[in-house]
Design a protein around this ligand. Sequence first.
Ligand SMILES: Nc1ncnc2c1ncn2[C@@H]1O[C@H](COP(=O)(O)OP(=O)(O)OP(=O)(O)O)[C@@H](O)[C@H]1O
Ligand SMILES: [Mg+2]
Length: 190
Amino acid sequence: MGPNGAGKTTLLETILGLLKPKRGTVKIFGHNMRRKAQFIRKMCSYLPQDFMKDSDEPFLVKDVVAMGIASNRDFGKLREEDWRMVYEALELVGMLKFSERPIGKLSGGQQQKVMLARALVRKPKLLLLDEPFSSLDKDSRRSISESLLPYLVKNGCTVIMVSHDLTFRPAVCDLVIRMESGRIVEVAET
Ligand SMILES: Nc1ncnc2c1ncn2[C@@H]1O[C@H](COP(=O)(O)OP(=O)(O)OP(=O)(O)O)[C@@H](O)[C@H]1O
Ligand SMILES: [Mg+2]
């Protein structure tokens, strides 16, 4: 948590190795991110804050989600089993019925759910979510924070989520990290 400009997105992108730390090293599950970026990224998923697609974006919803797996497959080639996972991920976020629609023609909240499915389909061990609720209605926020996130955590996924909205703090949340002006100012156990 933290005000606009506190450095939350910067921290997530530094963890993932998209930004280079000025000093220090990032270790994920004990692995040095700089040395093993390719290997570690396969275990990570990232849902960025600015997820909106242009309205003329031609990719279908199912293809956008499939891209989440393609980067982990040789030559990006998907197997039948992979497509089953694509539909499973869409089902998890309640977007299965939109799978044949072009992503650009969906509403902001619907696009956000599809991007969440794209993050989930990789079955990550580390999931980074940057304000995943920003465009979602109350029911969707509740269902993601009360059932989807606890389900992931129970199955061994570590989730780091940026959120302004503590009302929807998942029950499984065990640390709240507060940032201000580019620094971590508080780490509180809940
Ligand atoms: N590529 C960049 N080059 C220079 N400064 C940057 C860059 N990206 C972000 N910043 C600056 O770093 C600070 C932290 O930005 P960051 O996007 O991490 O904030 P945030 O906590 O995610 O804010 P918000 O709640 O608005 O998403 C801001 O002052 C921003 O202007
Ligand atoms: Mg941000």
